[in-house]
Design a protein around this ligand. Structure first.
Ligand SMILES: Nc1ncnc2c1ncn2[C@@H]1O[C@H](COP(=O)(O)OP(=O)(O)OP(=O)(O)O)[C@@H](O)[C@H]1O
Ligand SMILES: [Mg+2]
Length: 272
């Protein structure tokens, strides 16, 4: 544990004056961007990093549901309209994670210009160590602005051909924008023979798979309780995988326990 704390201290000093803007993006919708954003946000906060997660999915925002924050008077929409400063739209979760939600009503979309995101993000620079930007899927203005406004992207995909093909388009946009492609999160892995494996995904996308996240009912269970799985079941092997990615991003030495429980403990779990 001492090693981890020493590492954290050295690391937080290193990032005192540097905010990393990381866009969590994908080509295809529904692959797990918001799940990845909320869980990495939770894990980075647990590691002691000052972290903000921001809902840049302006048309279908739901980051607030994934983390469990009440309806908030100011949202990213107000900030993009110039009616609020980003700090006024930051909700502080009990865990310490800060959340910038987006407005949920259709009226919120009126006069909202996603092109202002870049300035809004620059206003957030300086204080937090990380700003994780939960983007919309696809190649529309919303997602392109989020990619262009960030320093790094994490590309989320599922292990099938359509998702990976669409992910590749997003990677091309990031490369053209000069945004560093940090890596790929291969989410909802079921272990079926029909799935693409890590090597295939890496050779198609041309960037490393940072982590495989299995498809697991605990992730859905956590969402139904409006919690990231990292908060809901911190020691679960799925949570450990998110912590490992967070450790990797933060440069913290974290020995994640990625082993899945044996059949016996799975059966015992059913009786809990
Ligand atoms: N590893 C997983 N195992 C099981 N369910 C998962 C996993 N990852 C995500 N899900 C579920 O899949 C659904 C879609 O996830 P999520 O909302 O994170 O995707 P998204 O990429 O943000 O979608 P959108 O493109 O609409 O923003 C959610 O119900 C979520 O709980
Ligand atoms: Mg989403």
């Amino acid at each position: 544990m001492g090693g981890l704390i020493d590492n954290l201290n050295a690391w937080s000093k290193q990032f005192d004056t540097m905010t990393r803007l990381i866009c969590v993006t994908s080509g295809k919708g529904g692959v797990g961007k918001t799940t990845v954003t909320s869980n990495l946000g939770a894990a980075l906060t647990n590691f002691g990093a000052d972290t903000v997660v921001l809902d840049a999915n302006l048309t279908n925002p739901n980051l607030g549901f994934h983390i469990g924050i009440p309806l908030y008077p100011k949202t990213l929409h107000d900030v993009l309209k110039g009616d609020a400063h980003i700090t006024e739209a930051m909700y502080i979760h009990d865990s310490g994670l800060r959340v910038v939600p987006a407005g949920l009503s259709v009226e919120d979309l009126e006069d909202t210009d996603p092109a202002n995101l870049s300035d809004v993000l620059l206003d957030a620079v300086g204080e937090p160590d990380f700003v994780l930007v939960d983007s919309a899927a696809g190649l529309g203005n919303e997602s392109i602005n989020a990619i262009e406004a960030s320093d790094e992207v994490l590309v989320v995909t599922n292990p099938n051909l359509p998702a990976v093909t669409d992910a590749l388009k997003t990677v091309n946009i990031a490369e053209e924008a000069g945004t560093d492609v940090r890596g790929v999160i291969l989410n909802m892995v079921k272990g079926h023979d029909s799935e693409l494996d890590t090597e295939e995904v890496e050779s198609m996308i041309g960037h490393p798979v940072m982590m495989e996240i299995p498809h697991h009912e605990k992730v859905e269970e956590a969402l139904s309780m409006k919690k990231p799985v990292v908060h809901h079941e911190p020691d679960h092997h799925v949570s450990e995988r998110f912590k490992a990615v967070a450790g990797d991003l933060a440069g913290v030495e974290y020995e994640a326990d990625l082993s899945e429980p044996g059949l016996f403990s799975k059966i015992m779990d059913r009786f809990k």
